[in-house]
Design a binder for this molecule. Sequence first.
Ligand code: TAP
Length: 490
Amino acid sequence: MQEIAHGVRLPDSPREFGFFIDGAWQHKGEGYVRHSPSHDIPVTRTIRCTRDDLNEAVAAARRAFDDRRWSGLPGGERATILLRAAEGIRRRLDEIALWEVLENGKPLSQAKGELNHCIACFETAAGAARLLHGDSFNNLGDDLFGMALREPVGVVGLITPWNFPFLILCERAPFILASGCTLVVKPAEVTSATTLILADILSESGLPAGAFNVITGSGSDIGQALSEHPDVDMLSFTGSTAVGRSCVQASAASNLKKLGLELGGKNPIIVFADADLDDAADGAAFGISFNTGQCCVSSSRLIVERSVADKFEAILAKKMKKIRVGDPFDPETQVGAITTNAQNKVILDYIAKGKAEGAKIVVGGEALQFGRGRYIAPTLFSGVTSSMAIAREEIFGPVLSSFRFDTPAEAVSIANDTIYGLSASVWSKNIDTALMITRRVRAGRFWVNTIMAGGPETPTGGFKQSGWGRETGMLGVEEYTQVKSVHIGI
Ligand code: TAP
């Protein structure tokens, strides 16, 4: 055993994970070793699944769907298993949080907080499994009765990203299972561990074999093959808009599988002069630094009323400077490591581009080094214009671009000047102003005088090129169903 930080002890060699098909673990195949982004030591070894493994997983999910061992259960029985899984996550919270931190680099305290949300996702999905129902039509005349049945779509492929490996999994998988569908999951290769732990928890909770399968490997290989698979009825993809587009092409070229897409964002935070500026600055600092800005709903475009812009940027810069970046296992840390070398380079390249294009750094702007990890200081750019790359493109890092507006119409126009429409927030004490902005800005998730708030009860999803469909809440279960209309002559 070796101590890596703050009393955290790990075995000398990486933890070995197999992949999970039809209720059983398999270990054959080429391995992939993941190094922790914060300590640069090998932490996990997973398998690079082959196309044959993928076919086996899809066939297992198909059998489990077709013989109705899961889809044929009463909603209440599905709910019981999902609630047991929620308990399983609660019991193994420390273990899941540890592997999430080791592979992703986020602070341990944040990982634990996210797990409470994950438990709530399972509990909410359990409630939805009980409540899921269709509709009836008794207005068709005295000799005809109509029903609309909600039936599960079938076998769902689920592809998840590395920024919230367990959280995004839990915002999808229990809702998909609640609908009666069966699943083949492909997590991001660099953060597969906690998805594999969930397979264990679901199996222990009594989920029938074949209802939840996990294959591991790279996106360009096994992810692409999953998106093209002719026997997958629906693909739920969370990740970049570029790969989302390739999933649409793969669907069109294969079996026209249904798609749920949760993609990128370039999310506005609009601050009016009458807002509580201190609260709004807390919101802006949190909105750009949470999860090191590697967050689809990260508020990366600050749009502030000109009359208070200098004052607001000064308050915000002070708060951003105070954010504790560092070792994820240090209980004082608020912002952890950047998850991959590739993403670290992307963020630093954008910072360089912002400077080269004439934006001014108010705070941050540099790479930080703690031990062998890679970190980036929360960064605020002012004087950003709409043509700059940092204004238009998703950076997926702690880099905030500041714009100014004179009229509410101008604020709306800047906010909507993006291909994305994932989330937005507005800060004002005037409810009319706040509601007007909420109505006019095109985004799937909105916060008024708060940020990143909400639970799994509400549906989430994107407008424009941020995605198709909705996840979580009742809509997040209905998304994985299709409606069959039935007419009965009387
Ligand atoms: P991507 O490169 O798109 O990867 C996402 C997932 O897709 C990973 O599992 C990846 O596997 C897999 N993948 C890669 N190429 C693929 C292909 N050709 N076919 C099928 N699957 C493929 O994104 P990322 O770098 O992980 O995450 C960053 C992006 O995701 C950002 O743009 C962010 O906004 C978006 N995101 C959106 C949301 C929501 S809720 N809208 C949430 C999180 C992230 P490997 O990693 O193993 O190669």
